[in-house]
Structures are given as structure tokens and as C-alpha cells.
Design a protein around this ligand. Structure first.
Ligand SMILES: [Fe+2]
Ligand SMILES: [Fe+2]
Length: 223
């Protein structure tokens, strides 16, 4: 049976159109970028996390697909976009001819990626959460008028660098989120104000993958 990979999913026109439409609609409400750029970054990162933690190749390939499709529900509505996205992804992957076992893993990861109602239920889901929550970057801010920035715009705009690395030492594996924040735009405190629940989710996700979660901001290890 053919093994479908990210490239097969990217080639589906419906995927591109729905992701772009979702991003366009969110842009109207002033949200940060959730389009093809975010999809690509999260996809790549989710796959890398599992590869570096030495999970089977197929598991990281599924994480790449889940990462690419995770925000596809946004074109229907921002609310519950994880749930709608899971159903949309399910339709797309079933049409492609993917085995139901794999479709289920991807759909469940997508349905569980939101902070409000997400549960970590598989390696793919854990990697997706770590990858998604660590994409905090200036280039995601679409509002060009700084005087109208809200806290999300400020924190994202202040983030000059954000990377999630897997480090290994004698104590085991560590998922390290390393962020450089321009504190003249946003204080580290603001980052915590909106990211506390995300960081707690990241810690649970890392734990699921038998790794610790570390947060480094401006070279200080805070977690
Ligand atoms: Fe999302
Ligand atoms: Fe996302």
C-alpha cells in the first residue's frame, strides 16, 4: 500500500485554498498569521521533534501531515477550529486513500491541539502541540499599526527568534524552547501572561515524549 507523505497532501488544491482562506478570514479579525507559512513551520518542526527523539520514521511523517493541516478548520470558524479541522482533514485524507488507522492518528492530533480543550493522546499529538505553541515570531504579526497592537501582536512582534530544539544529556532528552524577546516592545511578563497555559501544555507534551520541557528567554533558563 502506498505511503502518503506531506508532499502528497501539499499537492491537494483544497488544502492550499482552505488554509489560505482561513488565514484571510483570521486576518480580517486581526489575528496573527495562521496560513501556509505557519503550516510549513509547524509541520517541519513536529516531524523533527519525533525524528530527534528517535521515534519510527512513519510516526514523524504523520506528525508532518498533522502539522501542515492542524489549522485548516480556521476557515469555518476560529472557535473549535481544532474540531472542525479534524473532520476536514479526515475527509481529505480519506479521499487520498490513506489507511484509516493513520487518518485517525492525524485527526485526533488536530482535534486536540487547542489550549482550551486539547488533550495529549499520542506522540503525534504531543509533537504537534510543541511545534505549534513554539511558533512565536515577528513575521506572524499582520497589523502594521503599532499604536493598535494588542498583547498578542506585541509579544509576537517582540520575538526576534524562537526555536525549539531537542537536547540530550545524561539526564535524558529535553525539549528546549529558546526565545529572544526585544524587551523594549514587550516585557517577559507579558509573554507569560498569554503563554502560561501554552507552556503548561508544552510541558505535558514533552512529558508524554519522555522529555523535560525547558524555556529559555533572552538566554535565561526560566523553566
Ligand atoms: Fe490552532
Ligand atoms: Fe497553529
Amino acid at each position: 500500500m502506498k505511503k502518503f507523505v506531506l508532499k502528497d497532501v501539499k499537492n491537494i488544491e483544497k488544502v492550499r485554498v482552505y488554509l489560505e482562506k482561513g488565514n484571510e478570514f483570521l486576518g480580517i479579525k486581526g489575528y496573527t498569521d495562521h496560513g501556509l507559512r505557519h503550516a510549513g513551520i509547524v509541520s517541519k518542526l513536529a516531524g523533527n521533534i519525533l525524528r530527534e527523539l528517535e521515534y519510527p520514521q512513519r510516526v514523524s511523517e504523520l506528525a508532518e501531515i498533522a502539522g501542515y493541516l492542524h489549522d485548516i478548520g480556521n476557515f469555518v470558524s476560529r472557535d473549535e477550529h481544532g474540531q472542525t479541522g479534524a473532520i476536514i482533514a479526515m475527509n481529505i485524507l480519506e479521499d487520498l486513500g490513506m489507511p484509516y488507522e493513520e487518518v485517525a492518528v492525524i485527526a485526533a492530533a488536530i482535534g486536540n491541539h487547542e489550549e482550551i480543550n486539547g488533550q495529549i493522546i499520542s506522540e503525534v499529538s504531543a509533537a504537534l502541540i510543541l511545534a505549534d505553541k513554539s511558533d512565536v515570531h515577528r513575521s506572524r504579526v499582520r497589523n502594521r499599526d503599532k499604536s493598535t497592537f494588542d498583547i498578542h501582536d506585541r509579544v509576537n512582534y517582540a520575538s526576534q527568534k524562537s526555536s525549539l530544539l531537542i537536547n540530550k544529556d545524561n539526564d535524558g532528552s529535553h525539549a528546549v524552547l529558546d526565545i529572544t524577546i526585544d524587551t523594549s516592545i514587550s516585557q517577559v511578563m507579558e509573554y507569560f501572561e498569554i503563554f502560561l497555559t501554552r507552556m503548561m501544555m508544552c510541558r505535558r507534551a514533552a512529558d508524554f515524549l519522555n522529555a523535560s520541557f525547558n524555556l529559555v528567554i533572552n538566554e535565561y533558563q526560566l523553566l
